[in-house]
Design a protein. Structure first.
Lengths: 183, 233
């Protein structure tokens, strides 16, 4: 993990606070908020584009974290990974609720810059970066556009100007390559 | 379904690309199929670095107030303030309340700190996570061969002319006993030679003291971090 990324100590702090949330300790939820909320808003904004919707996703996430803290099992995965999985799930629910979300701005953005800006932020030493860079640009973009920006198969097909089936097969092959590359 | 299909399916689930019945099916399997859940966790770990590329945006107190308003009030818990260290030592109820939180935190950290434990090349038999209410400051590992080691996990500011003193409470009759002194946060072998090996729920704490240690043989400065031992997993 790079110097720019949250380190192991951050993971340990979040895991400890989560355990205290599970025991009903409200100040521990604030601890998680103080450590992670700013970055969580950043993650949600990349998907939702709007500060108000991003805050809504973060608010929903903290409610869910409080209710489900006892179900977090540190033997199965990282505490921060768990937190961000819930956040992405909340943000996707808002994003997919098309009745209240317009993606006009979204459609205008070009796939390549959207992909490369996230990729360039990954630490040089990151295995994910090294393995994404081995994929050709179109295949790498479907991974980043879906994970970082919350685009669906159909939205990516539109943005990349290729058939839906092609996008689906790029995703599958990219995942298989990444899995082999990263182990 | 082949192994490779399942790996890719778990990946699509983590990317947020499954919809409708496929998504519900993956969610159900995440809860009921340990092999599939491991694939999902694997993908979450692989992609986690992308979350850390997001630019942080201000998260104000207003957002926190909304969250707080939606979180039901928890049962009253006794959390002694760090300033009230004398009452803390003398208040068994407070010790027990803190022990509950601290042992849960310990269970999590005993796993989360696997890297530190491997570095010690030996499994500790007992672990204590020392907290300040906001954050974990240090971990105490007690090993079967009698060594007890304190490992700081955050930086601790020590003003000039002061030192960090580590204490444990082997029994209420005996009271707090000094087991280590250092002028900065570092990994420290604690001296419990004259004490019985730590049991479960034994309190450890770090206080700020004069550079040569507490003049009274009892903690005199503010408690910086404290926590109770639990059996290591």
């Amino acid at each position: 993990m790079s110097h720019a990324s949250p380190d192991n100590a951050t993971e340990v702090q979040v895991a400890a606070a989560l355990a205290r949330c599970a025991a009903g300790d409200r100040p521990a939820l604030r601890v998680i908020y103080d450590i992670e909320a700013q970055r969580m808003i950043g993650v949600a904004r990349r998907m939702l584009r709007r500060q108000d919707l991003a805050e809504e996703a973060v608010q929903d996430t903290f409610m869910r974290v409080w209710r489900a803290a006892a179900t977090f099992d540190p033997q199965k995965g990282a505490a921060r990974g768990w937190l961000y999985a819930i956040l992405r799930n909340s943000a996707l629910s808002i994003l997919r609720d098309e009745s209240r979300f317009t993606s006009d701005e979204d459609a205008a953005d070009q796939a390549a810059p959207m992909t490369e800006s996230a990729l360039s932020q990954l630490p040089e030493t990151s295995a994910l970066r090294r393995c994404l860079e081995r994929l050709d640009p179109a295949r790498r973009s479907v991974v980043v556009l879906s994970y970082v920006h919350g685009l669906s198969h159909g939205e990516m097909a539109g943005k990349l100007g290729v058939p839906l089936g092609t996008v689906k097969s790029w995703v599958r092959r990219s995942l298989i390559s990444l899995q082999e590359c990263m182990g | 379904m082949t192994d490779r299909d399942d790996k890719a399916l778990a990946g699509e689930y983590v990317l947020g690309l499954l919809e409708g019945a496929a998504e519900r099916d993956a969610e159900r399997r995440f809860g009921s199929d340990p092999a599939f859940a491991r694939e999902v966790e694997g993908w979450r770990a692989r992609f986690a670095a992308l979350d850390d590329t997001a630019v942080p945006h201000p998260a104000g107190d207003e957002l926190w107030r909304k969250i707080e308003a939606g979180v039901p009030a928890a049962a009253a818990r006794t959390t002694p303030s760090s300033g009230a260290w004398t009452r803390f030592w003398n208040n068994l109820a407070a010790l027990r309340a803190t022990a509950l939180g601290a042992s849960l935190a310990t269970l999590v950290l005993a796993v989360g700190l696997g890297f530190a434990i491997r570095a010690a090349s030996q499994q500790p038999t007992m672990v204590a996570v020392l907290l300040d209410g906001n954050r974990a400051g240090a971990v105490v590992h007690a090993f079967a061969d009698g060594r007890v080691v304190l490992v700081p996990i955050t930086s601790i500011a020590v003003p000039a002319g002061r030192a960090l003193e580590v204490w444990t409470l082997p029994s209420r009759e005996r009271g707090p006993v000094s087991v280590g002194l250092m002028n900065q946060a570092r990994t420290l072998q604690l001296s419990l030679k004259d004490l019985p090996p730590p049991g479960t729920d034994q309190l450890f704490e770090i206080t700020l003291e004069p550079a040569t240690g507490s003049p009274t043989g009892r903690p005199t400065g503010p408690v910086l971090f404290k926590g109770n031992t639990a059996l290591a997993l």
